[in-house]
Design a protein around this ligand. Structure first.
Ligand code: NOJ
Length: 737
């Protein structure tokens, strides 16, 4: 035990010794602030030691006053912990987490979280309910926007980076936030992509796919975890002792605290697991849930449960000690108040730069026929900017932006306008921009204004369409069954297509969309997610080639919604589809007979591949890969191979390639995914430049839960691919002996 840890533990013991049962239970109770007011009721609860943590109070003087009441007027002076959903920025908004994941850049994510921590802590917040590290393979689920993609390796690296960013080098610094890895566990697999729905995840998949990012967050120091709302195979997460105690504490050694989700403890009654909130409090506390967020079940029933002998006070002590440990590590006892001065009205330029960089790196170029992009103001001196998301300072921010300030947003229309006006400075005649909204919202079906968009398209040299989903279409409780562009957007695109003017489609959305119906109707396609405060400058610089796109998809894009779940790391069926076996129903002869011999695993009405695969993204240059080497070719189960490959920028512009390393264990004691990402690196290359990129791959990285669920590294061949997306075809192999 380190000195620091034992000092903390001594302090915890001393405090526990002085605490009454009521004081202890107060630490396990989390309630909401009163939005900038210290109400009588709130002051009373804090003074009486009935509250351990607060959420949703971000007014600095109010936080300080509540803290003063806790420290000076409550019996033991234990400071409050103030939490908030600081998900992708605070005042300055970064791209939604799924967008940040598209940058494949852990350091960017770390710096973004650091910026958010600086802003939030200035208001008295010292705990964020982030990162959300749920793996999602069903983008109908609205919370896909908050996740870090479909892949456990990528999400794990980014989750760890986000934790490091929030928590900083030293948790006790006043600008550090305690992170919260959520939602433990399996929430991303909510059936049918419908929020709060049950999940049924076999243990092997839970351990191979859903748990690794949580483990990575823990290893990066995440000091709190949040339970998930969902019922996992009959045991809702907030009652799930296997998860909260067995895996999290006994297997992984977590010593921070677990908070329930909002009212998820009393909701155990709604699930049909507990008869009443008293039973729910008993079940959740026994399972290992330490803090009750907004449920009041602990406050109202824990004392009675102890008195009735249904819960040992030692269990309460354990729960309280975990909460106190986090408060002590945050330095709240020494520095309970927020001494920051100044306001966030105008974030420092460095924060806007951060938001710009994150937005710029998160955009993924999915199509660019005939090199339409980058645009040049000389060739395209008239630009029609069309669509309901071109000038929407609020919508470009996305979901979970409680404290985000839309007045800081620079929209695509503003930035394109500024760029075109500036063209005159270079001796070129000023460019002209015409804006037509076309549809009231992305959901509008009213086509009245489409003719005006057609006129603008006819007038212009190029159309930039800003379509997709406004922010209310994704996020918690905002799920969809049909992932094509909502409302009359497809009709709008088709009408503009008829003009013959080249079209750049910029999609702003909180999830992958099923764009099969429109991808052929546009010349270029940029996936911008919800890019945040600096959406406009980032998009304008990408469109005009000041910078080159460098994002890659962190999640598969289906052709049509019915393909979901479709993800790259699936297991192989016994009858995989192939170009030889695949027949689209349009090509079936009349009266075709039905037979299963030779049939393969595909749908009749769409191709079996996705529209855009995981890892995919274009830029304004091209890359070639050669000379893939794996050395040595045989390693023991504790050995390491070096994988090296030469990457060349074969185009005429500088660009960034995201070099991706995939493996497959082709024959194992349990079937394994057809590909697994095991490494990635952003590699900037000048035109014509070559570079050798190397990865160290340990045999231990190949471990998977074997037939008995224990992790194994099995002897045998391992296939390796390196390339620019999950279809990479440059292959090598090595053997574990
Ligand atoms: C419910 C959400 O599921 C969770 O992610 C969030 O942190 C809490 N509400 C608090 O707002």
């Amino acid at each position: 035990m380190t000195e620091e840890r034992s000092a903390v533990d001594v302090r915890i013991r001393e405090l526990l010794h002085q605490m009454t049962l009521t004081d202890k239970i107060g630490q396990l109770n989390q309630i909401m602030g009163a939005e900038g007011r210290v109400t009588e009721e709130l002051a009373h609860q804090v003074r009486s030691g009935l509250v351990g943590s607060l959420l949703n109070e971000v007014d600095r003087p109010t936080v300080n006053e509540l803290q003063r009441i806790a420290v000076e007027e409550s019996r033991l002076g234990i400071p409050l912990l103030v939490g908030r959903d600081v998900i992708h920025g605070f005042r300055t908004i970064l791209p939604i987490p799924l967008g940040q994941a598209a940058a494949w850049d852990p350091d960017l994510v770390r710096r973004g979280a650091r910026m958010a921590a600086r802003e939030a802590s200035q208001q008295g917040v010292r705990w964020t309910f982030a990162p959300m590290v749920d793996i999602c393979r069903d983008p109908r689920w609205g919370r896909v926007a908050e996740c870090l993609g479909e892949d456990p390796h990528l999400a794990g690296k980014l989750a760890a980076a986000m934790v490091r960013g929030f928590q900083g080098e030293d948790l006790a610094r006043p600008d550090s936030l305690a992170a919260c890895a959520k939602h433990f566990a399996g929430y991303g697999a909510s059936e049918a992509g419908r929020d709060y729905n049950s999940t049924n995840i076999p243990e092997r998949e839970l351990r191979s796919v859903h748990l690794p990012p949580f483990r990575a967050a823990l290893q990066a120091g995440a000091c709190t975890f949040m339970t998930s709302f969902c019922d996992l195979d009959g045991i809702p997460a907030s009652a799930n002792r296997v998860l909260m105690t067995g895996i999290l504490r006994e297997e992984w050694g977590f010593d921070g605290f677990v908070v329930s989700d909002w009212e998820s403890i009393p909701q155990l009654c709604v699930h049909g697991l507990c008869a009443d909130p008293r039973e729910a409090a008993r079940t959740a506390s026994r399972a290992g849930v330490d803090v009750d967020m907004m449920g009041r079940a602990y406050l109202n029933h824990l004392a009675d449960l102890v008195a009735a002998g249904e819960l040992h006070e030692a269990q309460i002590d354990l729960m309280v000690s975990r909460v106190l440990r986090v408060k002590l590590r945050l330095g709240l006892f020494e520095h309970p108040y927020t001494e920051a001065e100044g306001s966030l009205e105008e974030p420092p330029p460095a924060h806007l730069d951060m938001a710009y960089e994150a937005a710029a790196k998160s955009v993924v170029l999915l199509k660019n026929d005939h090199g339409l992009l980058p645009l040049s103001p000389e060739r395209s001196s008239r630009i029609a900017v069309i669509g309901p998301l071109a000038r929407e300072p609020r919508e470009q921010l996305g979901t979970w932006i409680f404290d985000g300030d839309p007045s800081l947003s620079i929209t695509p229309l503003e930035a394109i306008g500024a760029r075109m006006a500036a063209a005159s400075g270079g001796g070129v005649r000023p460019g002209e921009v015409r804006y037509v909204r076309g549809l009231d919202t992305t959901r509008s079906r009213d086509r009245t204004d489409i003719p005006a968009t057609v006129d603008a398209a006819r007038w212009s040299d190029v159309v930039v369409l800003c379509l997709g989903e406004e922010s209310v279409l994704s996020g918690e409780g905002h799920c969809r069954t049909d992932l094509s562009l909502p409302g009359a957007q497809e009709a709008l695109i088709r009408a503009i297509r008829e003009t013959g003017t080249p079209v750049v489609l910029v999609v702003l959305a909180g999830r992958p969309l099923a764009l099969d119906g429109v991808v052929d109707q546009v010349d270029a396609l940029l996936m911008a997610w919800h890019p945040g405060t600096m959406a406009g400058p980032a998009l304008a610089d990408l469109l005009f080639g000041e910078i080159a796109p460098s994002g890659r998809l962190p999640i598969t894009f289906p052709r049509v919604t019915g393909q979901i779940p479709i993800y790259y790391g699936h297991r192989m069926t016994g009858r995989p589809p192939s170009p030889e076996t695949f027949v689209h129903m349009d090509d079936l002869p009349r009266g075709a007979s039905q037979h299963s011999a030779g049939a393969a695993s595909y749908h009749l009405d769409t191709h079996y591949t996705p529209l855009f695969p995981f890892g995919f993204g274009l830029t304004y240059t091209s890359f070639a890969y050669r000379d893939l080497r794996v050395t040595p070719s045989r390693i023991p189960p504790d050995g390491t191979v070096e994988v090296s490959v030469e990457v060349e920028n074969t185009g005429e512009r500088a660009g960034v390639e995201v070099v991706q390393l995939y493996i497959r264990d082709p024959v194992a004691s349990v079937t394994r995914p057809v590909r697994e990402l095991k490494g990635f690196r952003r590699v900037p290359l000048e035109a014509g430049e070559r570079r050798t990129v190397t990865f160290a791959l340990q045999a231990a990285d190949l471990a998977f839960p074997g037939q008995d669920m224990a992790p194994v590294v099995e002897a045998g061949l391992i296939q390796v691919w390196v390339g620019g997306d999950s279809r990479a075809n440059l292959e090598a192999q090595f053997e574990v002996i």
